[in-house]
Design a protein around this ligand. Structure first.
Ligand code: FE
Length: 286
């Protein structure tokens, strides 16, 4: 097996979005910081409600998927069809915007805490205009496995291989074949796992630091995204305090990306159409 190395470190940057929600953006902080098909990764987390209380009021999306994973606190969600949901701690919402969704997302704290991630994954051209849809994945239905050496891995997408057997996550069969693991390691714990060689992959460390690679491992610091080189496996070692990170991998689309805020299409003409559709109230129409 060829172990992937740490090819590029993208430190997250403090920014704000929505109605002044403070967050940290790594993937997607510039157009050069994307990793096909991943468009953006935001970590939001604070104990100060003023940092997010106004949330993300009604806004549109077209052409990609948003994956929201709450670690602490919860997120109230409401869309143009009248769907309402409350994403609790540990829950995941896998939303396919497709041709259009208009929704609001309002983070809420629980016992003074609110923390989570939102990931944007691009859709291939042939799926950008498909009907919008959701997968709400309650925490209780996300499989988790103890990891040798004192760790734990949650499997949101893809399949985890353990000494006891394979553990498939709830998200399977998408055209980008995503892998989404949430990994917790004890001090000096080791996570070694196969990754499909055709997938692009990155790691985002949200507690502690890790070392990535087998031969001459490189440090990936706290709150940074680490883009991995080609290869068919990854080896990640937690620093002395232990670490928590998410590992993402997916098949690249190799298609042109045209983005205007919450619209991600292949051409400028398609973006202009999205803006016209939104202004005319036709964004979400079948
Ligand atoms: Fe949104």
């Amino acid at each position: 097996m060829t172990k992937r190395t740490l090819q590029r470190v993208i430190p997250s940057q403090a920014t704000s979005d929505g109605a002044g929600v403070k967050l940290r953006r790594s993937i997607g902080q510039s157009t050069q910081a994307r990793l096909d098909p991943f468009l953006m990764l935001d970590e939001f987390g604070t104990e100060n409600p003023d940092d997010y209380i106004a949330g993300f009021p009604s806004h549109p999306h077209r052409g990609f998927e948003t994956v929201t994973y709450m670690l602490d606190g919860h997120m109230l969600h409401e869309d143009h069809l009248g769907n309402r949901g409350d994403l609790k701690s540990g829950d995941v919402q896998w939303m396919t915007a497709g041709r259009g969704i208009i929704h609001s997302e309002m983070p809420q704290q629980t016992e003074g805490r609110m923390r989570g991630f939102q990931l944007w994954i691009n859709l291939p051209a042939r799926e950008k205009m498909k009907p919008a849809g959701y997968r709400d994945i309650p925490a209780a239905t996300i499989p988790a496995a103890d990891w040798p050496g004192g760790g734990r891995v949650k499997v949101i997408a893809g399949t985890l291989q353990t000494p006891e057997g394979a553990i498939p996550g709830p998200i399977q069969g998408l055209s980008t074949a995503p892998v989404y693991f949430d990994v917790e390691l004890a001090a000096n714990g080791v996570f070694e796992h196969a990754l499909p060689p055709a997938h692009n992959a990155f790691v985002y460390v949200y507690e502690g630091d890790v070392q990535v690679g087998a031969e001459s491992p490189r440090v990936l610091p706290w709150r940074s995204a680490g883009v991995l080189s080609a290869g068919d496996a990854v080896r990640i070692v937690a620093a002395g305090e232990g670490a928590r990170f998410i590992l993402l991998a997916a098949l690249p689309l190799n298609e042109p990306v045209a983005q205007y805020g919450p619209f991600v299409m292949n051409t400028t003409a398609e973006l202009e159409q999205a803006v016209r559709d939104y202004q005319a109230g036709r964004l979400t129409a079948a």
